[in-house]
Design a protein around this ligand. Structure first.
Ligand SMILES: [Zn+2]
Length: 112
């Protein structure tokens, strides 16, 4: 029995939580919380609920975004190809830059 639901029978002073007193069958009662203060029910913050996996699916349906698996795979492939392309371009730039530097040096040497 919880303090918030505890009732005091006004006829026989029995404490119960039913509609009628189980001892004298009286329906005259008062709540115990009238005299005994109950702590706030949510004095401590409730832990954040973990959303069920279906919630994300519903959220995507509502937002109108495509399902994540195919798009994620495609996006990952696109990102991977982009990174590889950038890396290749960077290497080519380094190679060409070094070649130009060498060519410039060689040209100066040839001029001397
Ligand atoms: Zn009673």
């Amino acid at each position: 029995m919880q303090l918030r639901t505890a009732r005091l029978c006004l006829d026989c002073e029995e404490v119960h939580d039913e509609y009628r007193c189980p001892v004298c069958a009286s329906d005259q009662f008062t709540y115990m919380s009238r005299w005994v203060p109950t702590p706030e029910r949510l004095s401590r913050p409730r832990p954040a609920p973990t959303p069920p996996p279906e919630a994300e699916a519903y959220r995507q349906i509502v937002r109108g975004t495509p399902p994540p698996r195919k798009s994620r795979g495609f996006t990952k492939a696109l990102v991977g190809l982009s990174a590889a392309g950038l890396g290749a371009a960077g290497l080519a730039g380094l190679f060409l830059g070094a070649r130009r530097a060498r060519g410039g040096d060689a040209g100066k040497k040839d001029e001397d």
